[in-house]
Design a protein around this ligand. Structure first.
Ligand SMILES: [Zn+2]
Ligand SMILES: [Zn+2]
Length: 425
């Protein structure tokens, strides 16, 4: 027979629990390894979508730069970019695995942890009568009248977390079954919300703040210190016209310090689980790719979620804006706080770069055409057996001219409307 043990228990007792290793989300890949693989998949998946948009020129009206600029202004080939990004991702994966590979996560404590939060809520309610007394409200009197009118839960809250009717049976350590205080359904619902939603949201937000802070100060230092800039960061700035998969094009040391260490510190400091870190690392990666995509899409939610978007970061990649807009990848508050945000209109500056690149491309096309016609006039002697080396060189040039011309015409034909509204930072 159950005995009334509510005298011994001021608070509802906490449930016992048994820990078991958490099964992997995608067996046989351990969750901590999956957390390192998913951002790489997201990086290349999203980059390929942008790359296709780029090469087929599907949305010329939203481009930040023309294809002529992509060809003429960047100081590094796309293949070199791919190679260095893969190198950074390999380093990132090895570093991540060395930190977390042998960590095992356990499950089974969730109900206990939710009950701990429910207890904290019960404890916090104790302050309500005293708090209301400050405003002249008789909480206990109000509670009694509410109780008489059938509002038991509200009466319990006003009385400072007193719910005499809310009990359950519980087996004590002595083996005797007892009636003990229980949590109300609202306390358990709120505790579940805190445990499953609020705490992860706080962890995610703090993680974002840590990454933004880490990246702002390190990135700014890379620009203030000449040695750091020349040795490491100048590599990322070979891209004057950023594109999606150039987002992580860095010197390997910078890639490790800025991206890998920043995300790793945020993960460790906020005590995220591996499942949470899958979201966090993947979201950070997607945001970084989006900031380098080279397009200001009106329908891309990531570009409107904060002021930090592709148009904002693109200014930092220009020679005239390189000492501004250091903030990345999520928010711009550090730039605003330290007055390093680009101010003013950028339309004319973009216009000038666009025209200069087009001019260079036109000059290349006309000199290639001139060489081709000159070559044609020398067709006879070149093909003679006297000069086989010359013959090969001219044949190579002829092939190059043939492939370049249609592309150049294509670039001239499309109207790449980089609108002023898009470029207002
Ligand atoms: Zn920079
Ligand atoms: Zn960049």
């Amino acid at each position: 027979m159950a005995v009334n043990a509510s005298v011994e228990y001021d608070y509802p007792p906490l449930p016992s629990y048994t820990l078991t290793p958490r099964p992997p989300l995608l067996a046989p890949i351990p969750d901590n390894v999956l957390a390192l693989i998913l951002p790489i998949v997201a990086y290349w998946g999203l980059s390929m979508v942008y790359h296709l948009i780029d090469i087929y020129d599907l949305f010329p009206q939203y481009r930040l730069h023309t294809p002529a600029e992509v060809l003429k202004r960047n100081k590094v080939s796309r293949w070199d970019v791919v190679r260095d990004v893969i190198l950074q991702q390999v380093i990132q994966t090895l570093a991540g695995m060395s930190v977390s590979y042998f960590d095992v996560e356990y499950i089974g404590r969730e109900e206990y942890d939710i009950a701990v939060w429910a207890r904290r809520l019960r404890f916090a309610q104790k302050a309500i009568p005293r708090l209301l007394a400050v405003f002249g409200v008789d909480a206990l009197g109000l509670s009694r009248s509410l109780s008489q009118n059938g509002h038991a839960i509200l009466a319990g809250v006003l009385a400072g977390g007193q719910y005499p009717g809310v009990t359950r049976s519980f087996v004590l350590d002595s083996g005797i079954e007892a009636v003990v205080p229980a949590f109300t359904s609202w306390e358990l619902s709120m505790a579940s919300f805190i445990y499953w939603c609020f705490i992860p949201a706080v962890q995610f937000t703090v993680g974002v703040f840590i990454v933004d802070t880490w990246q702002y100060f390190l990135h700014r230092a890379m620009h203030l210190n000449r040695w750091l800039y020349v040795t490491f960061h100048s590599r990322h700035h070979r891209l004057y016209v950023p594109y999606a998969f150039g987002a992580l094009y860095n010197h390997p040391v910078e890639g490790f310090l800025l991206d890998t260490a920043g995300a790793g510190i945020a993960f460790l400091a906020t005590r995220m689980t591996n499942r949470q870190s899958m979201w966090f690392f993947t979201c950070s990666t997607i945001k970084t790719v989006d900031d380098h995509c080279g397009y200001a899409f009106p329908w891309d939610p990531l570009q409107h979620f904060t002021h930090n978007n592709a148009a904002y970061h693109d200014i930092h990649h220009q020679s005239w804006g390189i000492k501004t807009n250091f903030s990345q990848p999520f928010f711009t508050f550090w730039d605003r706080l330290f007055n390093t945000q680009w101010e003013g209109d950028v339309k004319l500056r973009y216009e000038r770069s666009r025209e200069a690149a087009q001019k260079k491309l036109d000059q290349d096309a006309s000199s290639a055409a001139a060489s081709s016609s000159e070559e044609n006039s020398y067709e006879g002697p070149v093909m003679s057996t006297d000069a086989p080396a010359d013959s090969n060189a001219r044949a190579r040039l002829r092939r190059k001219t043939v492939t370049l011309s249609p592309h150049v015409d294509g670039l001239k034909g499309v109207n790449h409307g980089v609108t002023s509204s898009v470029l207002q930072a």
